[in-house]
Write a protein that binds this ligand. Structure first.
Ligand code: SF4
Ligand code: SF4
Length: 193
């Protein structure tokens, strides 16, 4: 059995020898091709950005850090403590306590464990008052995960520090609904106009 194998091996080696010789130009061409790519990149201007000293501009539709914002008209906290974001959050990283007021409600406490957030944006999508939004930044890296347990004050501070993304709950819900023109026709039909 071992003799057969040995003879087969010898035959295979004999057959492979001429093939290896014909492969030589192919191998040389491949090496030269790879060297050409290396040489071209050796003299190309580097594209590395020395973050955080230098920062790239974020794309228009970039959405990163979560934050709480104030109502632009009244200047009050926009959050009404309704807890919809808490209910919808898949990994359950939001906790809200509602504080009832005479004219409106507020969030008495609001915590968000950013280290476990999936950045799915569902909390933004359900917020009726556009109070929780995403910022055009991811700039909150730290070696201490406790710093990523964000309370209400920290979330408002992030809202003041960074530029807000375009995506608010109302805009996102508008995008998901039928086009406005179609809705207008539906309303007219329903009203028998
Ligand atoms: S982005 Fe998603 S995972 Fe993160 S807090 Fe909002 S709902 Fe929760
Ligand atoms: S952030 Fe929005 S959804 Fe969450 S509790 Fe406040 S108002 Fe409700």
């Amino acid at each position: 059995m071992s003799d057969v194998q040995t003879a087969a091996d010898v035959r295979a080696l004999r057959d492979a020898a001429p093939r290896a010789r014909t492969d030589v130009p192919v191998i040389i061409r491949a090496i030269l091709g790879a060297m050409r790519v290396t040489l071209r990149n050796l003299f190309r201007k580097p594209v590395t950005v020395h973050y955080p000293d230098k920062q790239r501009a974020y794309p228009d539709r970039y959405r990163g850090l979560l934050a709480l914002v104030y109502d632009k008209e009244t200047g009050e906290e926009a959050c009404i403590g309704c807890r919809l974001c808490e209910y919808v959050c898949p990994p359950a990283v939001i906790k809200v306590e509602m504080l009832k007021g005479e004219k409106r409600n507020y969030a008495k406490t609001f915590t968000l464990e950013l280290y476990a957030c999936e950045f799915c944006e569902l909390c933004v999508q359900v917020c009726p008052t556009d109070a929780i939004v995403m910022m055009k930044s991811f700039d909150l890296s730290t070696t201490d995960r406790r710093e990523l347990l964000l309370d209400k004050d920290k979330l408002h501070a992030i809202g003041r520090q960074f530029e807000q993304s375009w995506a608010t709950g109302n805009r996102l819900r508008d995008m998901q609904g039928p086009p406005k023109q179609a809705r207008a026709v539906e309303h007219k039909e329903a009203a028998g106009v």
